[in-house]
Design a protein around this ligand. Structure first.
Ligand code: 9YT
Length: 131
């Protein structure tokens, strides 16, 4: 049985800030926990725009706080994000994530994140063997 709290994660190795300070991710479950997925709570800071393209991963995101939008780059579609909204990047969709107020998002990655990944310039995370 694994039990972790955000309070324990704050300030430790499992708390990861974006290279541009747009977000902070509490990595509640990682590859080493052997669940087959990783599980994070991410805070996206207000009035930020983040380019994301998880070409190596699938991600599902569930919003529990805040207002924002996702814009998929290939077709220019915009999807409002608010508490209760889930989106899944099932097609490795390249997108902008915009936070109009602070967002709190629960994020699941397959394959699992391995540790302290931050976005590469193209918006992806490396596969863990490339870390
Ligand atoms: C929604 C999203 O992908 N935000 C970037 C951070 C990521 N969720 C993470 O590493 O926890």
């Amino acid at each position: 049985m694994l039990v972790r709290t955000l309070d324990e994660i704050r300030g430790g190795d499992r708390e990861v800030f974006a290279e541009n300070n747009n977000w902070v991710s509490a990595r509640l479950l990682l590859k080493g926990d052997n669940m087959g997925f990783s599980f994070n709570e991410t805070t996206i800071f207000a009035n930020t725009e983040t380019l994301i393209w998880y070409k190596n991963h699938l991600e599902a995101v569930y919003c529990i706080e805040g207002e924002g939008e996702v814009e998929t780059i290939d077709d220019g579609k915009k999807y409002p994000i608010r508490p209760g909204t889930m989106y899944a990047l099932n097609d490795h969709d390249k997108h902008y994530l915009r936070a109009f107020s602070q967002l709190r998002l629960v994020c699941v990655f397959n394959p699992p994140l391995a540790g302290r990944e931050v976005h590469l310039p193209d918006g992806s995370y490396p596969l863990d063997e490339e870390l």
